[in-house]
Design a binder for this molecule. Structure first.
Ligand code: PLP
Length: 287
């Protein structure tokens, strides 16, 4: 496996960064997760745009143009001979001294890792998953926007730990007002009386690219779709619940905090959206 690290392709064993990197010391950096499906990089432009927006928001200057970075992503996939893959792009503030001040970091580090991955076993897409809601809150801070996909993922990791402790594979995070925000690494949707709802970004959710694709598909299929705040109660009494994300794709949720959702099986809207999503990812990528 070859990993892109600051201008070179190196083996996995040699792909190491300094302990003085502020990405490591302080979580100072940004990242993206991207998928390649059958040789197509799905929504590459959207991911690259979001990476640059995240970086701009934290005043981190990526030392490549968007086109150069996109080309490097594609090159990493080609060099590893991949057709179906998960790609992780990381840009950290770079090596500095032990102080917080990013001014001590001379050059951002750019890392691209690509490997084969499926998050959930295939069977779970047919059965759906059980999830819980957890105590960890999504920070809705207007200072570091939830739209910034930063290397500070401790909230999300605490959510994952709580999910592990509850013996489930994913969990829902609420914001400080008790509105449902998102999962640890995915967005959430509910379906009630034929209407599909997902929380608006301001609730404290990353505006997921998969989420946007699902909204486009729902629109195309003529399914009523709204961005609206909702609570755990609304989730419990929903007809369907599903999660979306680059890694998770579209996965049905059939139990939340012990409450069975609908009839306890993936619902018809979820199944239809997953089916269309699977078509779109094959048709709609960068070769
Ligand atoms: N929410 C969070 C916190 C995430 O990290 C992710 C993953 O990227 C998502 C939602 C889903 O976003 P996307 O569909 O762009 O992968």
């Amino acid at each position: 496996q070859l990993i892109y690290l600051n201008g070179q392709f190196v083996s996995k064993k040699d792909a190491v960064v300094s302990v003085y990197d502020h990405g490591f010391l302080y979580g100072d950096g940004v990242f993206e997760g991207i998928r390649m499906y059958e040789g197509n990089v799905f929504r590459l432009q959207d991911h690259v745009d979001r990476l640059y927006d995240s970086a701009k928001s934290i005043l981190l200057s990526i030392p490549y143009s968007k086109q150069e970075l996109s080309d490097l992503i594609v090159e990493t996939l080609l060099r590893n001979n991949l057709q179906n893959a998960y790609i992780r792009v990381v840009v950290s503030r770079g090596v500095g001294n032990l102080g917080l001040d990013p001014a001590s970091c001379s050059q951002p580090q750019v890392i691209i890792i690509a490997e084969e991955l499926t998050l959930f076993p295939k069977k779970l897409y047919e059965t759906g998953i059980d999830i819980v809601s957890v105590a960890t809150r999504r920070n809705r801070s207007d200072v570091l926007s939830p739209k910034v996909k930063s290397l500070n993922y401790l909230n999300n990791i605490l959510v994952r730990i709580e999910a592990n402790l509850a013996g489930v594979s994913e969990a829902l995070m609420l914001n400080d007002q008790g509105y449902v925000a998102e999962g640890s690494a995915d967005n959430v949707f509910i379906v009630k009386n034929g209407e599909i709802l997902t929380p608006p970004g301001y609730v404290g959710a990353l505006e997921g690219i998969t989420r946007n694709v699902i909204m486009e598909i729902a629109h195309k299929l003529g399914f009523p779709m709204k961005e609206e705040v909702f609570t755990r109660h609304d989730v419990y009494v929903a007809d369907e619940v599903f999660l979306t994300g680059t890694a998770a794709e579209v996965i049905a949720v059939v139990k939340v905090d012990g409450r069975k959702i609908g009839d306890g099986k993936p619902g018809s809207y979820t199944n239809k959206l997953l089916e269309e999503f699977r078509k779109v990812v094959k048709e709609d990528g960068v070769k």
